[in-house]
Design a protein around this ligand. Structure first.
Ligand code: ATP
Length: 717
């Protein structure tokens, strides 16, 4: 259980020893009078004197503000800080939050978008927010400003342990430290067992604490009884634990976050609660939110979500569109939504405090491993959302158990248990393949000796007594040499440099090149290209379910268009994913795609976005190696971007015109920009609505060789 220590002894006023008075005033105006104890400890350990610090504290203990103070100190003396976050949604959130420093003259930027870019303009900012992938890509593409950093903040640094994101994070930190040896680094971590090890790697002071701003009571709910260590409290009414708990929370003016094991369960939980919660809310605000959800697009998932939201409940998972998630989060913050049922995957990105947190299922589905219990560290991340500072006297986090034995297990393992240690995942072959190439291609190492020395400065090496990488490294280097990405003496080839800049797995590059070489040019269709990119390890292919019998027919039907694939299970998944993309570019309605492939609208966009990046990369490879499919690939890239047919390409360059509006214009005979120039303003307004029509007209005017010409043309608009 978390404990609350004595109050901090450092007041905002005291910060003027290190920072200009305006900074202290800014926080005072936000109602902050003194530093929380872990913050005060960080200051004592040199946070405001440029010392590197690893902070390992519970959720909501004020980590972000520590980072802000260090970044402000740097900014106000002209220094630059990079703030690394794990998710794009968090990058926008932090960017918005840091923008409140602009009255102090602090410029803030966020790096998102294309991978193969340097974004030199970002260097004008004092604070730059980026995901670890984007930061890595900026290094690979040679952004100059990244060599001149005063402060590096790594949010959620415990993700070093993540098989997906960990190696990139680790290599990015290692490279940034190499480029900026004097830089102050601030690692913000959840509580982990071996924070000292992470601190040692970063040569940082450690601030480790269990302090929380609001007391947190943790326990297990079973059969109408709340079991806390040493205490049992019956719930007032007894029917159904979930419903009773939600009613109890809302009855006391609180909100509840519920974590479920799967999307389907999260949706079912929200639907079940809708009736109960609807009675307890003021309906107007909820109805407005529900309209907002419907405005994001007409899909089954959207409609179901809108129905729930109208009753003051929501579900939240990766199948939703980003806009839909934003409405749900905003509605919860404003109090119109009382309960959210979410999947655990999103716990890290869901920055919403609530009076109560219910972990309805402590298991989660993990591909081939089936349902597995979540780590204690993740449990703590979820539980830590309970208790809104300044609003709740205390927070309560409960796990749900089926019987007494499970109650005891859950109390022992999660409530009273220690979080796990974290381990580097750099030794995994796909990670090494990508990162060894980029290390050489970006000039961090010139030969094998230097490469080994570089790897020696990673978290992996600092955790290991002895190296276990030799064999894997040999294999990976051989692969890169064979694939023409490195010379035998490990100098990068132009192809290797390109692959590194494109930010794709070298194996993806090889799959693309081999398939483009193998296939007769005249036989390459859109489906061939789509299938090719779904074969790469960079594409997360869709699962094939028992009801997906049609995929086999699809494979038979399109056999001569598809690429060669040895493994039939993979072929099924690839073909299903390629079929989804084919429907997307054929302008199938999202609702139809969601239905047929049993995915959420958020999944469609994600698959399309990954595909676009891979198709773009395939185009660059084809161009570089003169593989003869370049034009066709670039056309496909644009179609995947917009989800539209080839006849719309001319219209899709217009801002505000997506697949649906472009098709409407096309149907009305406006098949090109040239044709549009002939149109009457009133006709366009009828097709597009007056606002969008105005936007389109302005663009065509700008495009059409100047305003004067338009006017001479007879004032058609
Ligand atoms: N010293 C303080 N006094 C009062 N409020 C504070 C103080 N420090 C931070 N807060 C407030 O507490 C809330 C949580 O802080 P913050 O976001 O920094 O926590 P965090 O540890 O980064 O959270 P998470 O673990 O969710 O990332 C914010 O609303 C912030 O304004």
């Amino acid at each position: 259980m978390y404990i609350r220590l004595e109050e901090s002894m450092l007041e905002m006023e005291d910060l003027t020893s290190w920072l200009p008075r305006e900074v202290a005033e800014l926080y005072q105006n936000e109602g902050i009078r003194e530093l929380y104890p872990p913050q005060a400890e960080a200051v004592e350990k040199g946070l405001l004197e440029g010392k590197s610090i690893l902070v390992s504290v519970p959720t909501a203990a004020g980590k972000t503000m520590m980072a802000e103070l260090a970044m402000l100190r740097a900014a106000l003396s002209g220094g630059r800080s990079l703030y690394i976050v794990p998710l794009r949604a968090l990058a926008s959130e932090k960017h918005a939050a840091f923008s409140r420093f602009s009255p102090l003259g602090v410029k803030v930027g966020v790096s998102s978008g294309d991978m193969e870019r340097r974004d030199e303009y970002l260097g004008r900012n004092h604070i730059i927010v980026a995901t670890s992938e984007k930061a890595d890509s900026l290094i690979r593409n040679g952004a100059r400003w990244i060599r001149d950093l005063s402060v590096l903040v790594v949010d959620e640094i415990h993700l070093l342990d993540s098989p997906n994101r960990g190696p990139t994070l680790e290599m990015t930190i290692t490279k940034l430290l190499r480029l900026n040896p004097q830089m102050q680094i601030l690692g913000l971590s959840a509580t982990v067992a071996n924070a000292r090890e992470v601190a040692a790697w970063l040569k940082a002071e450690l601030v480790e604490s269990r302090w929380r701003p609001v007391e947190l009571k943790e326990g297990v709910i079973c059969d109408g009884v709340l079991h806390f260590p040493g205490e049992e409290v019956p719930l007032s009414r007894r029917r159904d634990d979930l419903i009773d708990l939600v009613k109890d929370t809302i009855g006391e003016g609180g909100q509840i976050l519920i974590f479920d094991s799967s999307r389907r369960n999260a949706e079912a939980t929200a639907t079940k609660l809708a009736k109960v919660v609807a009675e307890a809310i003021e309906g107007k605000a909820a109805s407005r939110l529900s309209e907002k959800i419907l405005a994001t697009g007409d899909t089954e998932t959207g409609r179901r979500l809108a129905d729930c939201v109208r009753s003051g409940v929501a579900f939240h998972h990766a199948g939703l569109l980003a806009e839909q998630r934003a409405v749900v989060e905003g509605g919860f913050r404003s109090g119109s939504i009382k309960a959210i049922a979410s999947t655990p995957t999103l716990a890290a990105g869901l920055n919403l405090p609530a009076r109560r947190v219910l972990i309805k299922s402590y298991r989660r589905y993990e591909g081939s491993r089936g349902m597995v219990p979540i780590p204690v560290m993740e449990y703590r991340q979820m539980a830590g959302r309970a208790g809104r500072p300044g609003l709740d006297p205390r927070g309560e986090a409960l796990l749900m158990a089926k019987n007494e034995a499970e109650v005891r297990d859950l109390l022992d393992h999660y409530v009273l248990g220690e979080p796990e240690e974290i381990f580097s995942k750099l030794a995994m072959e796909p990670a090494l393949r990508t990162h060894l190439l980029s290390t050489v291609a970006t000039g961090f190492a010139k030969d094998e000796e230097e490469l080994k020395r570089f790897v020696d400065s990673t978290f992996y090496a600092s955790q290991q007594e002895a190296w276990h990488l030799e064999a894997t490294m040999e294999r990976v280097l051989e692969f890169l040499i064979e694939g023409g990405m490195l010379e035998a003496d490990l100098r990068p080839t132009p192809l290797g440099e390109l692959v590194s800049r494109l930010y794709i797995d070298p194996l993806s590059a090889r799959i693309v090149v081999e398939n483009l070489r193998a296939k007769e040019k005249t036989k390459i269709t859109d489906l061939t290209l789509l299938h090719m990119i779904t074969m790469t390890p960079d594409m997360d292919t869709l699962y094939v379910q028992s009801s997906d019998g049609w995929v086999e027919d699809f494979i038979d039907e399109h056999a001569c268009e598809l690429c060669r694939e040895e493994n039939y299970d993979w072929m099924m998944r690839e073909a299903k994913t390629a079929a989804l993309l084919l429907e997307w570019i054929s302008e199938s309605e999202e609702e139809r795609i969601a239905d047929r492939f049993r995915v959420g609208p958020g999944d469609i966009r994600r698959v399309a976005e990954t595909a676009e990046w891979l198709i773009h990369s395939a185009g660059r490879l084809s161009e570089h190696l003169d593989l003869g499919a370049t034009f066709r690939i670039y056309q496909l890239e644009k179609r995947v971007h917009y989800g539209a047919g080839p006849d719309l390409l001319g219209l899709l360059d217009l801002k505000g015109v997506g697949r649906v509006r472009a098709r409407k214009l096309h149907r009305a005979g406006y098949t090109s920009i040239e044709r549009l120039k002939e149109a009457k303003a009133a006709d366009l307004a009828e097709i597009l609505g007056p606002k969008i029509a105005g936007k389109v007209i302005a663009q065509i005017r700008a495009d059409g060789g100047g305003e004067g010409e338009e006017r001479e043309g007879g004032g058609r608009w």
